[in-house]
Design a protein around this ligand. Sequence first.
Ligand code: NAD
Length: 294
Amino acid sequence: MIRLDGKIASQSVKQSLKIEVDNLLAAGKRPPHLAAVLVGSNGASETYVASKVKTCEALGFASTLIRLPENISQDELVSKVQELNRNEEIDGILVQLPLPKHINESAIIEAIDASKDVDGFHPISAGRLTLGLPTFIPATPYGIQLMLEHFQISTSGKHAVVIGRSNIVGRPMSILLSQNHAYGNATVTVCHSKTPNLEEICKSADILVAALGKPGFVKKDMVKPGAVVIDVGITRMDDSAHPKGYKIVGDVDFDEVAPISSAITPVPGGVGLMTIAGLMKNTLLAYQNRTTAS
Ligand code: NAD
């Protein structure tokens, strides 16, 4: 069984990004610049944004963190995004989700200039991805693709089952796996909350991607022996034994499933780290697109 270690794979991606940024700086150019917008003070969002900013610093990217109050209006948030769109110094914009309930997330995503949409959530990015055109791939599926590449896990001709059809993980993952490229060319089944015979379908998967947000959902009897198992789930569960008072749990029952899989991602330490690597690659791409266009 290969442990698909996100620390190792993300380190490799980040090292090559750092070399590219070092080369830019050595040539007297400015670094790529990511702006992260954080609305309110959701604990998990604070952690995600902090690690994105920290990764920017470690790789030599510039970053700007914009903190906005929980009660900001939708119009004010759109104006803030438009201001970042106009700022020539900024290459990539991410608005950390989820947003407070009174704000329509789609309206905010659509307000981001598609050329700076490093999360890959804008309809233009999603449309281009579907058509197989160059674009920003949503960071989590992109990170999973980078992980498959790092560990040279072949997907061609395999049956891939993706549990979850969200716009940010399940659906783009299923599109990537089915497309005609290296680490694609799989025959893909997308499962969701209305799928009957889920266990049976999962059991037929050579590659199983679990992205439903239900801790420990995938058990041993749902997995074909020798399958590759990618666990996207991240759920915080109370744990008084842990210094932070909670632990992070994935969608796969790792202890049961790992022994029968050929390769599996741990949680934490798997896909989450790759997501940040994907975001950084998208930010460098946005920079390259903008600086070569001007
Ligand atoms: P979501 O709630 O938007 O979507 C969940 C999907 O799972 C839905 O399409 C739903 O139909 C499906 N689903 C729910 N219950 C199901 C069931 N019983 N059987 C089959 N399908 C079911 O969630 P999301 O944003 O796609 O995130 C999924 C999980 O991945 C969450 O735990 C989230 O925290 C995690 N996540 C992790 C990363 C990362 O970097 N590792 C990034 C994004 C999301």
